[in-house]
Ligand binder design. Structure first.
Ligand SMILES: Cc1ncc(COP(=O)(O)O)c(C=O)c1O
Length: 358
């Protein structure tokens, strides 16, 4: 039976594999900021109650203006979504019966949203650096190319120069480029493509507030692109698609510079420490720039045993069965607080000791 195809489904995993759920479970398969939402969310929680008695602003204010200001773009260049996931769903119809290029392994929603529209999908496999010649030649015949930057699940960040090169080729060949920057907040904002959008009407940047601000339950994401593209996507979205709680809290999140810097440093330190630990055990670790990383056991044949052993110990990793190019031979681990990372290291060390003594 296939395993659940998204992270953060720990209970389903235990049920499918028929493993009793341990008393303590740490879900390393989810990859939102482990530090939790900024303090103001809890401090001001009661004040948000009033918001639910009125319809929200149909354009997503006050978030729309806050996002435009944060990125230095005009209000007409932004579209607010009920999560980045809604943006992908509303973009997909643009590519009905069109030729789409997706670079795998990557977030499954690009393909999931596009398939129902009869798009013809070409896959390129790249677990770290892009095969630039293949990508550049693919855009010559495509209508759109999707790139996740930094990529989920690998954490790999395609260098900005390469993205500009790809966007330039795509523009020349009338091909759109959809750039998913859901995890870009964990790097510095100067890595974003948004400042370059004015030269590239063919590029749509999608952002999410879920990951950095640890608010997946609120649902808030946005697209930044040229006005004509934004108008086109908006024409297919429902009125009042974003809720007042999300847009009010989201607007305030942009002011949280200290919180953001702390989260960036935390993620960098956690992934550097964990990479060193894994490499010390002779695992292969993919170079990540964000708050999760992917690794492979020295002997990937042991992957299933290893995964189930850790589940039984209450450590849920993200399997990669449904990620093309990783095919279950790698694991994604979301960085967590120090105690949780120590617990995982302890269980990993025990597994390695036990499997070496066999
Ligand atoms: C790369 C990537 N983009 C977008 C999303 C969806 O984000 P949102 O919660 O804003 O819908 C996810 C969720 O896991 C993701 O991994």
């Amino acid at each position: 039976m296939p395993l659940p195809s998204h992270g953060a489904n720990a209970h389903q995993l235990y049920q499918r594999l028929n493993i009793p759920i341990p008393e303590m479970v740490i879900d390393f398969s989810e990859n939102v900021n482990p530090l939790g939402p900024p303090d103001f969310v809890r401090e001001q929680w009661e004040s948000y109650a009033n918001l639910i008695t009125k319809y929200p602003d149909p354009y997503g204010e006050p978030f729309l203006s806050a996002a435009a200001m944060y990125h230095g773009v005009s209000l007409k260049q932004i579209l607010i979504g009920n999560g980045a996931a809604e943006i992908f769903a509303s973009i997909a119809i643009r590519y009905q019966h069109k030729k789409v290029v997706i670079i795998h392994p990557t977030f499954s929603e690009y393909e999931a949203t596009i398939r129902p529209y009869g798009a013809v999908i070409k896959e390129i496999i790249a677990i770290s650096s892009l095969p630039m010649n293949e990508v550049l030649s693919a855009v010559e015949n495509a209508d759109v190319l999707y790139i996740c930057r930094p990529n989920n699940p690998t954490g790999y960040l395609v260098p900005l120069e390469e993205i500009i090169q790809i966007a330039t080729a795509a523009k020349r060949h009338d091909c759109d480029l959809v750039l998913d920057e859901a995890f870009l907040d964990f790097i510095e904002e100067q890595e974003s493509f948004i400042p370059y959008l004015s030269d590239f009407p063919n590029v749509i940047v999608v952002r999410s507030m879920t990951k950095m601000y640890a608010i997946p339950g609120l649902r808030l994401g946005y697209a930044v692109a040229g006005k004509a593209t934004i108008d086109d996507i908006r024409s297919r979205l429902p009125h009042w698609n974003s809720n007042a709680l999300a847009t009010t809290i989201g607007a305030q999140c942009f002011k949280e510079e200290e919180y953001r810097q702390h989260a960036i440093h935390f993620a960098r330190k956690a992934r550097t420490d964990f990479t060193q630990f894994l490499e010390g055990l002779s695992c292969r670790v993919l170079p990540s720039q964000t708050n999760f990383l992917c690794f492979q056991l020295p002997d990937p044949v042991q992957s299933n045993d290893f995964f189930e052993y850790l589940l039984a110990k209450g450590c849920v990793l993200r399997h990669t069965e449904n990620f093309k190019g990783l095919d279950g031979n790698w694991f994604r681990v979301g960085m967590k607080k120090e105690d949780d990372m120590q617990h995982l290291k302890k269980e990993l060390t025990t597994w390695f000791e036990e499997s070496l003594s066999l």
